[in-house]
Design a protein around this ligand. Structure first.
Ligand code: KG4
Ligand code: ZN
Length: 339
């Protein structure tokens, strides 16, 4: 059987990414051009700037992905692209590029849901036993999914307000730690005491459902910081970062472990940018292993936005013969169930 090579493209937020993946498993190249330094001075992603940057960068990123894989366009079987959810202008750059390439090469176009792609990042590294539960925690989502099998997801719960990564980004901004906030808060937290402040763990949601809420926690951290500053009291950024991180991790771990219990899933997958957080990986693995459950997680560079995960999710669509037409549009508000 010949190898099937898929080019993945990802431009839903502030990473311009292209990757070549063989048979939905073997990464031949995985190029990510991050715009983080561009958006840093604004403390968050500026959509117009993100779109413009994608446009300026995408051709070079694709050329690099093909060169590193040692292949040309003619070797590709299909083109997979994230078409939602995400920033509409940013998504449009990836979608138009993939459509153009698919048309020019006369090869299929595969429309990938970004959340599915984060789940699929696990399939690049692990043999997953189903059923499984997956926590996708990123800058745009915090969702708990029940996976009956590969490519078949049911939503168990999601955030009712901010996404976990968004909360990290906002707290980093208040603490003036820079953007993106997750890695910055994590670095700062290393020197801090996680018990210095007892921030709330969304008690209203502790009634057996699988939804999350981070806005109360975020407000509590912001109020604490403002009060200390107003009263001229000493503020340990490291202690606030550590206490905030501990609260987010507690919330994510508790709900994910509960979902695994309720669904009797032996395998739990973790993905999305927040999955790069070391404390989250460690605490979740500990809690799950105490219940004889296995935690699988992609390596950190496959947790944050990349195109290898898009090519991997695209491979599943290809096998199911779910091809997109050249009228494919960006779908910024796409939810997890839509293909
Ligand atoms: O998946 P991703 O790259 O993009 C979205 O789909 O949103 O996730 C980015 C998010 C950002 O909010 C970033 O602050 C967060 O993931 N993040 C982290 C860490 N690395 C990235 N959050 C906590 N700890 C980290 N080490
Ligand atoms: Zn993402």
């Amino acid at each position: 059987m010949s190898t099937m090579l898929i080019l993945g493209l990802e431009t839903s937020c502030d990473e311009t990414a292209a990757a070549v993946v063989a048979d939905g498993r073997e990464i031949l190249s995985n190029v990510v051009a991050s715009q983080a330094t561009v958006h840093q001075k604004y403390g968050g992603v500026v959509p117009e700037i993100a779109s413009r940057r994608h446009l300026e960068t995408i051709n070079a990123v694709i050329d690099q992905a093909l060169a590193e894989a040692g292949i040309g366009f003619a070797d590709l079987a299909a083109f997979a692209v994230t078409y939602g959810p995400g920033l509409v202008g940013a998504l449009l750059i990836g979608v138009s590029t993939a459509k153009t390439l698919a048309y020019a090469a006369g090869k299929p176009l595969l429309a990938v849901n970004h959340v599915d792609a984060h789940v699929a990042a696990n399939y690049l590294e692990h043999e997953v036993t189903f059923p499984a539960v997956c926590l996708v925690a990123s800058g745009g989502h915090t969702s708990l999914l029940y996976l009956r099998r590969r490519g078949e997801a049911e939503l168990l719960g999601a955030t009712r307000d901010d996404a976990a990564g968004e909360a990290f980004d906002k707290i980093a901004r208040i603490l003036q730690l820079g953007y993106p906030g997750g890695p910055a808060v994590e670095r700062e937290a290393v020197r801090g005491n996680p018990e210095a402040y007892l921030f709330p763990r969304a008690k209203a949601l502790q009634d057996g459902n699988f939804d999350f809420s981070f806005s109360g926690l975020k407000s509590s951290v912001i109020n604490t910081v403002h009060n200390l500053r107003q009263h001229g009291e000493p503020l340990s950024t490291a202690d606030v970062a550590a206490s905030f991180q501990a609260a987010v991790v507690d919330i994510l771990v508790e709900k994910t472990a509960l979902a695994a219990d309720k669904t009797a899933a032996q395998t739990v997958l973790l993905s999305g940018g927040v999955a790069a957080n070391t404390l989250l990986r460690r605490r979740l693995a500990e809690v799950l292993s105490a219940a004889d459950r296995l935690l699988l997680c992609p390596r950190p560079e496959l947790c944050t936005d990349n195109a290898a995960m898009v090519a991997c999710a695209g491979y599943d669509l290809y096998r199911q013969k779910v091809f997109a037409g050249l009228d494919l549009n960006a779908s910024p508000g796409l939810d997890i169930f839509q293909q």
